[in-house]
Design a protein around this ligand. Structure first.
Ligand SMILES: *Cc1c(COP(=O)(O)O)cnc(C)c1O
Length: 363
């Protein structure tokens, strides 16, 4: 039986092995483990790629969100709007900073429903968190217009959308501040945990830099208390190598998505839609069907790796059992039983892509 992996990090490593091995041994030769040349180089290259002036490497994508939210200096108890369909890190970071989560519903593309955004804004609302989920950019024009009209901050969670664009502009460069995750399975992944904060605002950048490094302004000068969350040299060196391949990997993901969109039976499955204003980097290819669990079992029995993103919308999680908002009528809270993800990535061969489609259509 054919085996098709959902994610194949070893395959990716082999395709860039020489450069990765060199980069890692350079770090070890110079002992540049924390701070130093490799982190500076990656921060510079990543912000240049995105078109943001500042990049601060941190320990992971969740810390990036927490530190970014902290730097916005909103009053305790402020409300932050968060989409109901995301990974828990998005809402977790809001609560950890002492703010209140207000869940927003999703649209047909599984992204923050910008048409209903205004109905969620109260006197206490201080910020909107957008999540460019599955690799697709949110309609940032509308979000920024609403934010401006209500004097709200905007934070972009770009953990799944390295390189995605809205009207030709890369995500991470729209809001006040934006965050990335380099968890190994992300489109740009480290060999361990990693994350970054990016912004065009020099004052926010300086705050985040200090917050993530014990409030330091120099080695033993601490004007405030911060915390310790840094991207290390080895991860930065790996990421700097991988960043060069990212545009090609995005192109390959798009080719797979094109094939899926053309050949998967639209009468059987609800396919993702392409939004013409935004470029998609296809971190995940997510479909809907009422017999989701049977499909996943069946596909796995045919050797195909499957995923569910996410099995429970955030308001449906145990962690939010006592959350004051009733979100039961949200699309996000009903659709979570029907979502499933098929493999997508630069590792897939043509015969594997055909096999996935043939198998799925035969369900
Ligand atoms: C992965 C992810 C995060 C968290 O990143 P970590 O590096 O795992 O902490 C945050 N938000 C979203 C949408 C993610 O997918």
């Amino acid at each position: 039986m054919q085996e098709v992996k959902f994610l194949d990090l070893h395959h990716q490593y082999l395709s860039i092995k020489e450069d990765i091995d060199d980069a890692m041994s350079n770090v070890m030769r110079t002992s540049a483990y924390i701070g130093g040349k490799y982190i500076e180089q990656f921060e510079k290259n990543f912000s240049a790629y995105l078109g943001t002036n500042h990049c601060i490497g941190v320990g992971n994508g969740t810390d990036a969100l927490e530190i970014a939210l902290w730097s916005l200096n909103m009053s305790e108890g402020s409300e932050v709007i968060v989409p109901a369909n995301s990974f828990i890190a998005s809402s977790e970071a809001v609560s950890r900073c002492g703010y209140k989560v207000v869940f927003a519903d999703i649209d047909e593309n599984y992204l923050l429903d910008v048409d209903k955004l205004s109905t969620l804004i109260s006197e206490k609302t201080a910020a909107i968190m957008v999540v460019h989920l599955y690799g697709q950019a949110v309609n940032m024009k509308t979000v920024m217009d609403i934010a401006k009209a209500h004097n709200l901050k905007v934070i972009e969670d770009c953990a799944q959308a390295h390189g995605a664009e809205y009207k030709g502009q890369k995500v991470g460069s729209f809001g006040d501040i934006a965050t990335f995750s380099f968890y190994p399975g992300k489109n740009l992944g480290a060999y361990g945990d990693g994350g970054a904060i990016v912004t065009l605002d020099v004052a926010l950048a300086e705050k985040c830099r200090a917050y993530s490094n014990h409030g330091r302004t120099s080695k033993f000068s601490h004007e405030i208390e911060g915390r310790n969350s840094r991207l290390d040299g080895l991860q930065a060196a790996v990421l700097d190598v991988k960043l060069k391949s990212l545009p090609l990997w995005i192109e390959k993901r798009n080719r797979v998505a094109d094939y899926y969109l053309k050949h998967i039976d639209q009468n059987k499955f609800i396919l993702p839609k392409r939004d013409m204003a935004s470029s998609h980097v296809w971190h995940l290819f997510v479909l809907r069907h009422n017999s989701r669990d049977e499909i996943c079992e069946y596909m796995k029995s045919k050797g195909i790796g499957m995923g569910i993103h996410y099995p429970q919308a955030l308001p449906n999680l145990r962690a939010y059992e006592k959350h004051p908002q009733d979100c039961s009528q949200y699309r996000a809270c009903k659709w979570d039983k029907t979502l499933f993800s098929i493999p997508i990535g630069e590792h897939l061969r043509e015969d594997e892509i055909r096999y996935i489609v043939e198998t799925l259509n035969a369900f």
